[in-house]
Design a binder for this molecule. Structure first.
Ligand code: SF4
Ligand code: SF4
Length: 145
């Protein structure tokens, strides 16, 4: 007998990844792993298959990261001081980053100011990448991390 399974966007993916033991929600609000840092992409699948549940991720990777002891690298790297210092886990979604200060919140601005525009990279006629500085600096998963 087969099982039903379907991808779902109706799951808080960061919380699900943590509870499934796959990673830790870092100070940059991304789910990070010890091997790849925030350089991972997540998808949730809803299924009626009977699965053995995992334990939540047990490590505080930010507290364990030697290079973030004095100050979180992701927090201090943000050019607009948009990230509120401290843990992300347990903080209500949307309350860890000051939205108006973050480049990503301005991606659809009608008259995009230069200070935001310089952090967007057009990669095709149809797509662009916005600021990812606070992800790229995370030592986990970096070649020199
Ligand atoms: S995406 Fe850029 S602007 Fe937004 S919090 Fe991260 S570093 Fe700051
Ligand atoms: S840069 Fe440091 S504090 Fe920020 S998510 Fe990575 S390990 Fe955590």
């Amino acid at each position: 007998m087969g099982y039903n399974a379907t991808p779902s966007h109706d799951v808080h993916i960061k919380v699900a990844a943590h509870l499934a033991g796959l990673g830790f929600i870092g100070h940059n609000t991304q789910v990070i792993t010890s091997e790849y840092g925030p350089r991972v992409r997540w998808i949730a699948v809803l299924t009626d298959a009977e699965l053995e549940p995992d334990e939540p991720y047990a490590h505080d990777l930010c507290a364990e990261q030697p290079r973030c002891q004095e100050r979180s690298i992701c927090v201090k790297s943000c050019p607009y001081q948009a990230i509120i210092p401290g843990p992300s886990q347990g903080v209500a979604p949307g309350e860890k980053v000051i939205r108006d200060k973050c480049v990503v919140a301005h991606k659809f601005d009608k008259d995009l100011e230069d200070k935001w525009a310089k952090h967007f990279q057009q990669i095709s006629n149809f797509g662009f990448v916005s600021c990812t500085i606070c992800n790229l600096v995370c030592p986990y998963g970096k070649a020199d991390g």
